[in-house]
Design a protein around this ligand. Structure first.
Ligand code: ATP
Ligand code: MG
Length: 460
């Protein structure tokens, strides 16, 4: 019977999870990597679970059902809660969690942010369990250990934050047990069930035993495996929906450590690009002059943004049809946008800074190569591809740009499903493959596993 390690990547836009056999690090087999099908039914990629919660009249909905319901209601004053992961990076997490949810999110004014996070995590845990049960390889063994991936905390107090997060997961697990099969039903969970079961779940819960791996370390893990000569030094760029994180790592012996001076987090990422594109279109749409028309066009754009963005970045342009009009969005126009150019400039500055830190470290240790990799949904955009190529080929130490999708992701085992979304799954996969020595905190212990002074501090 195989023992599996599971890693959950709770993302701003999408959550992901993957499992790998315990010990996969030293005996790597592509077939052993199991990204989980978190959204097996419905549209969209089955590996991605929308990070969304919608508080309806008498029930709470999750994931795609939450987004669909918010859209169906079409009321500007009622919104689905999204991007709540950004809560986890605020310096006073307890306070942020104890804040009441705003009226646009919770018209009943009964929920604190904490409640909604716990409910979403319960939904995520249920989806993970369903995904693991439906995987014939995992189902033959058992999940022996669990981890979650998180950004390196702003305050640098990873142990304190870790305690809060495993507690939230513990309450979520308790609630999920109480809610049973209803947890994954499209109609969501009745408010009455929540008001009965959630306080009890919070009271009875114990912290879940989960290890913590920093997202950048997980990205380094996936990219160091299955390689003949793995690099000792890495620079990782992760452009997700909420943030773009740049981090540098050095492997010394069996230990991978982050170089804290290199870390930069930018608050612009996929969500920001959505806004840039939508603003460009609205500015150029001469017929949409009134506030109402603009708001309407904004909503239309946002609903189709995933497709628009991909077409703009892959084909150089997207065509949107709306009310008999055809609107063309060119990559060239997006690239002319002042905000977009500012973002590009900050990115290049941040990258050059991090790269010089990691090259200095490599040089000081007599190493000859630094590998550059991109992860996250933004990895395939020209902006990030060009960034990774920047300084590639420079010598002593040499900078080598690595493809966002490793060769093994094209292996026949995955039937072509993994490669297209690999950059988004890279953190969950790396987190499942990484040895315990790469964890920032071990499961069941609040003591950081890899306690190093100067835990990365976030820079704005
Ligand atoms: N082919 C693509 N081209 C451009 N953007 C894309 C593409 N595929 C996905 N994205 C964007 O990537 C983002 C989601 O990426 P990802 O799943 O890595 O984010 P996340 O993990 O939820 O966010 P974060 O890491 O900030 O918490 C979305 O903004 C999505 O629109
Ligand atoms: Mg992410």
């Amino acid at each position: 019977m195989t023992d599996w390690t599971l890693c959950i990547d709770f993302g701003t836009a999408f959550s992901k999870a993957a499992a790998a056999p315990v010990g996969a690090w030293s005996a790597f087999e592509p077939a052993g990597v199991r990204p989980l099908l978190l959204s097996p039914d419905g549209q969209g990629n089955a590996f991605l679970l929308d990070s969304a919660v919608f508080v309806d009249e008498d029930r709470v909905l999750f994931g795609r059902a939450a987004l669909a319901r918010a859209e169906e209601i079409g009321d500007k004053k009622r919104q689905a809660l999204r991007s709540f992961k950004t809560l986890l990076s605020v310096s006073d997490l307890e306070r942020a969690l104890n804040a009441n949810a705003p009226a646009t999110i919770d018209p009943h004014r009964v929920f604190q942010m904490r409640d909604l996070v716990v409910l979403y995590l319960a939904y995520l845990l249920a989806a993970v369990e369903r995904g693991a049960a439906s995987d014939t390889m995992i189902a033959q063994g058992r999940i022996a250990s669990r981890r979650y991936a998180a950004p390196a905390w702003r305050s640098g107090d990873s142990a304190g934050m870790h305690d809060i997060i495993v507690r939230l997961f513990g309450e979520a697990e308790e609630f999920r047990n109480a809610a049973g099969r209803r947890m994954l039903m499209a109609e969501g969970i009745p408010l009455r069930t929540i008001s009965d079961a959630l306080p009890k779940a919070s009271q009875n819960a114990e912290s879940l035993e989960m290890g913590l791996i920093f997202e950048a370390t997980a990205a380094a893990a996936y990219s160091s495996i299955g390689l003949e000569g793995a690099a000792s030094h890495l620079i990782v760029v992760d452009m997700g929906a909420g943030t773009t994180d740049i981090a540098a790592l050095a492997r010394i012996g069996s230990r991978t450590m982050e170089l804290p001076e290199a870390r930069v987090t930018l608050k612009q990422a996929g969500d920001f690009l959505d806004q840039v594109i939508a603003n460009r279109v609205i500015e150029s749409a001469s017929w949409a002059r009134g506030a109402e028309q603009k708001a309407e066009l904004w909503n239309v754009l946002m609903r189709q943004m995933a497709d628009i963005k991909e077409a703009v970045f892959v084909d150089g342009r997207a065509v949107l049809r709306n009310q008999g009009r055809s609107i063309t969005i060119n990559l060239r126009d997006v690239e002319k946008d002042v905000d977009f150019r500012e973002f590009g400039k900050s990115l290049r500055q941040a990258y050059d800074h991090a790269l010089s830190v990691v090259r200095d470290d490599a040089r000081a240790r007599g190493r000859s190569e630094v590998h550059a990799i991109a992860v996250g949904g933004g990895a395939s955009t020209p902006l990030i591809r060009e960034l990774i190529q920047r300084k590639a080929g420079s010598v002593r130490p040499r900078v080598i740009a690595r493809p966002a999708t490793p060769q093994w992701a094209h292996s026949r085992t995955f039937a072509g499903n993994l490669a297209p979304v690999f950059p988004q799954l890279a953190i969950a996969i790396g987190g499942a493959l990484a040895p315990d020595s790469m964890l920032a905190a071990l499961g069941g212990a609040s003591r950081p596993a890899n306690d190093r002074s100067g835990t990365p501090a976030e820079r704005d």
